[in-house]
Every structure is written in C-alpha cells, then in structure tokens.
Design a binder for this molecule. Structure first.
Ligand code: NAD
Length: 506
C-alpha cells in the first residue's frame, strides 16, 4: 500500500457506508482497479439494502439538529472541512489520479476546487438572503424566506470523483440539509478517503452523519435513492441514460432534481483570433482528463481561411503529447477510466469512418508493455461534417471533430445544432463577433466564453447546461437556492381583514 493511501486511511479492504462513521457493510466486494495498469488498489465491501436503510435512518435523525443550527455555525463546520482538505490535498489529489487516471496537476486541481468551494460556501452561509415585497394591502408585510429542504441525494460520476460532491454538499450543508452520497463504482476509494476526513470534522463538532456515504451499484443503491420519498432532492451527474432514469423516477414522486449530464462542447476560432491562445485551449480542452470531462472540447469549428494552417499546427502539437502514468509529471495524458471506455471509443472510430469522417491523427488503441492494463488510446483528430450522426453524440474519450465554416452565423448555427448544451466558446478579437456569440441569437449553452476554452470552470459561476445536459446549476451564483425551500410569508398588522385583489366577501 503506497504512502498516500495510508495517509488517507485507505485499508486493503474497506467498508462501503458511513453514517456518523464507517460501519460493517454486507454487500458484495468491489475491487477498485487503477486504470494505469489494472492492479487492484484496494477493495470495498458494498452496501446492501439494509445498510442503505441504516444510513438513511441515522442521516435523517441528524436533520433535526442541523436545520436549527444557525447557518453561520454550519458554515464554520464547512470551513473546517475545507481545512482538512487543505491538509490532505497532495495525498487526495494523488488518489484521484491513481483511481480515475487524470494527470497529477488535474488531480491536485480537483481537490483545490473542493477547497475553493468550501470557502465559497462559508461566505454564502451568512448570505441566505430573502426578500421583502410591497403588499397591496394596508399594514401588511410580505416577505420571502428560505428554509432547509431535507435530505439531499448526491449521485456522482467517475470523472470528477470528489469535486462535484463538494459543489453540492457544501451548499446543501450550509443551507441546513443532510446529504447522502453515492459515488461512481469506478472511484469508491476517493469517496472513502473524503468521507473519512469529513466524519472526523463532523464528530469533532457534534454533528455526526450530516454527510453520509453509501457505495453500491447505480441500478440498486442508486435506484433506491431515486425512489426514496425521504429524499426531496436528487443531484445527479452522469450520462444521459442515467439522467433520464433520475428524471422519470423523481417526477413520479415530485422530487426536485439537479441534472448535470453529457456535453458536446464546441470551440469556435474566427479568422481574426489569437491563434496561439486558441491552439493551447484546444489542447487542454480536448486532451485534458483524456477527453473525459463533461466540458471537454469535442468540436473545433474553424473559419475556412485558417483551417489548413491551424490543423497543421494542431497535429504537430498532438505529436508532442506525452502519454503515460498520470502520476509522472512529464505526462500530459493518462489512461481512460476502464477497458469499456476504450471499446466505446473504438466503436465511435468505426462509426466515424463509416459516416465519412477522415482521421487526421490517432484513432487507435495503445498496447504493448509501455501501456499495461488495456485502457490506453491515442488522442484523435477527425475532419468531420456537422451533420454526421456521431458528431451529435458525446463520445467520452479524446476525439476531436474539426469542422470548417464560413462566417459567424454559420459557426453559431453549427455550434448549437446538437442535442447537448453545456459549454461553448469563441476565439475572436472582434467585439461584434464576441457580443453576437453571447447574445440571445448566440450560443444556447449554459456556459459561453470569449477567448477562454470550454473546459475548466471557476466555482464562482453557476455551472451547468441546457437541453439534454439537463438544465441543472451547481456551485456559484445563486445555486444555493435549489437546496432550500422558499416560503412566501404575509403578516397582517392592520387589525382588519382586507382580501387580495380588493375582493369583498359576504
Ligand atoms: P454514468 O451515468 O455511468 O454514472 C453516473 C452515476 O450514476 C454513477 O454513480 C452511477 O453508479 C449512477 N447510476 C447509474 N445508473 C443509475 C440508476 N439507475 N439510478 C441511480 N444512479 C445510477 O456516468 P459516468 O460514466 O460515471 O460519467 C460520465 C458522464 O457524466 C458523461 O456523460 C459526462 O458528460 C457526465 N458528466 C456531466 C457533468 C456535468 O456537470 N454536466 C459533470 C461530470 C460528468
């Protein structure tokens, strides 16, 4: 067992549930394998239905005390969790790289994002503001106030195994809600490590089980959460297939959802752009996290007059990308998360060829002794047409489609002509191109940037996307409101009983 795993309290075999502390679970063993070489890092005993029930019971009990705790005091607990994360940033970031496969700097960045989110939530805990409205009736006061909602269920994807949990959990916590977390089965150890830090801080502050964990398959443990009437809100991050299941199950019982689903993000380069900057953004956007970010750049839209030169430079840059062990700082790309992700990418490459796409670079699986474990691929550049069906899908791998266009209107039309609506950007030095892109006739995505790539959002803004990306918003701005229930209150101190709209009754 490597040092950083020991530092995080990871054992050879771990229990898969915590509510006020880890307890003995009774489900089947889940082996967490490193995508780097396929070795088993450690095992987790998953949760059964009974284990889930225990977590929910203890978690629900914590709500009574937590919701009546002043919000700034709740913020203080989150502040301490932020500190605990600071102390373990190096180790936890390394575990993210080892278990998920993103490179060292990205693993560290993911933990930094949690720390930033904790700081943000601490400040927000003193700003859960309501409103006072003007009543139409004399000597009445109308106001709007925000109350804790109840247990929040967080279902997270493998590609951000810890940060997305913190976006939801830190806000839910300062809003007075307990949280139950079901992480991806590809990254259970990241969740165990975070939960251990959190359990300690919660215990020190006398609030055990405000944040709890349950590890198990989506189809059983995850589905149980979706159907559980004690959970008024599910925040789910993952594929569109999963999002549909969440939406239907939640609608049946009138639960709220935050859905953060697939993206198909375009980067537009106009012929007046700073091409050096655009090129660097494409590289990070398309190759970062081996193309497994929801915000990964999947489509590169180039104005016809610059297409040839830009593609040549891009192919040259791809040739220099070092692929290998994500914990080795010289490498810029690690493995895909699993062999199934490799076969999904190879299926997409076949479809690309059948649909008339031209592979300009890459397109193959990487094998041989330098690439053990079966999860390695070449980053790939494809010359494509925007109407190819495969271009409209999210292939969760480093495949970049290059598409030529003439003029800003065509660029925006192509950019918007996909079912997903997460992130988008334009590189231009023209104010009118930039303004058009950001206007009501511009990008239809939840995120629209000028001279900033599609990938790598700051936590201060509300994060999320439109259309099949699900419409959810997390992290900054006023995202906190989703974790609270709004109450409109009217107080009558007039001594009379006037009705609204001037109605006289009887
Ligand atoms: P996935 O859909 O396979 O799994 C996501 C989570 O859902 C896992 O925890 C899984 O166990 C759970 N799950 C599966 N079936 C379930 C069910 N029936 N009930 C409840 N839970 C269930 O996704 P993934 O492969 O882990 O992640 C990649 C996907 O996530 C990509 O499509 C990516 O774009 C998307 N993603 C979106 C965002 C965003 O903010 N929009 C962020 C990260 C990832």
């Amino acid at each position: 067992m490597v040092d950083f795993l020991r530092e995080l309290g990871i054992e050879a075999e771990n229990f898969g549930a915590s509510a006020g502390g880890f307890f003995e679970t009774h489900g089947p063993i889940l082996e967490s394998r490193s995508p780097t070489d396929g070795h088993v890092i450690a095992k987790v005993k998953q949760a059964t239905a009974e284990d889930y029930e225990h977590v929910m019971k203890v978690g629900m009990a914590s709500f009574e005390k937590w919701r009546t705790t002043p919000a700034p005091r709740r913020g203080e607990v989150v502040r301490q969790i932020g500190h605990a994360l600071r102390a373990k940033k190096e180790a936890l970031g390394k575990l993210v790289s080892l278990e998920m496969g993103k490179i060292y700097v990205e693993g560290q960045g993911e933990v930094q994002e949690m720390i930033d989110m904790a700081d943000f939530a601490v400040g927000q805990s003193r700003q859960l503001y309501g409103l006072i409205m003007q009543s139409e009736r004399k000597f009445h006061r109308m106001s709007e106030t925000w109350h804790p909602l109840g247990m929040v269920g967080v279902i997270s994807a493998f590609n951000f195994p810890v940060a997305v949990w913190s976006w939801n959990t830190f806000l839910a916590a300062i809003c007075g809600d307990p949280v139950i977390w079901k992480p991806s089965s590809f990254t259970p150890l990241c969740a165990v490590a975070v939960q251990k830090l959190v359990d300690q801080v919660l215990a020190d502050n006398g609030f055990p089980a405000v944040m709890s964990l349950v590890i198990g398959p989506g189809s059983s443990v995850g589905q149980r959460m979706l159907d559980d009437r004690r959970i008024p809100m599910i925040s789910a991050t993952g594929s569109n297939q999963m999002g549909e299941r969440v939406a239907v199950a939640a609608a049946k019982r009138y639960a709220r959802t935050i859905l953060e689903l697939g993206g198909n993000n375009a980067l537009i380069v106009m012929n007046d752009a700073n091409q050096d900057m655009a090129l660097r953004s494409v590289l990070f956007g398309a190759i970062g996290t081996a193309g497994q970010r929801c915000t990964s750049t999947r489509r590169l839209l180039l104005e016809k007059s610059i297409e040839k030169g830009f593609v040549e430079r891009l192919v040259n840059a791809y040739k220099q990308i070092k692929i290998g062990d994500p914990l080795d700082p010289k490498n810029l790309m690690g493995p895909l998360v699993d062999k199934s992700a490799v076969s999904d990418m190879m299926t997409a490459i076949k479809a690309i060829k059948e649909q008339g796409g031209e592979i300009l670079y890459g397109g193959k699986e990487l094998t041989g002794p330098a690439y053990p474990g079966g999860c390695w691929v070449e980053p790939t550049i494809v010359r494509a047409r925007p109407d190819m069906p495969i271009v409209k899908q999210e292939t969760f791998a480093p495949v970049l489609y290059v598409i030529a266009f003439s003029g800003i209107e065509e660029a925006i039309r192509i950019q918007n002509d996909v079912p997903q609506g997460l992130s988008s950007c334009i590189y231009t030095e023209s104010m009118s191109h930039a303004e058009r892109f950001l206007s009501m006739v511009g990008s239809d995505c939840g995120i629209a940037n000028v001279n900033v790539g599609t990938s790598g959002a700051e936590i201060g803004g509300a994060f999320g996307g439109e259309k099949e990306t699900g419409g959810g918003r997390e992290a900054g701005s006023d995202s906190w409101k989703q974790y609270m229930r709004r109450q409109t209150q009217t107080i009558n101190w007039s001594g009379e009983l006037p009705l609204a709209q001037g109605i006289t009754f009887g």
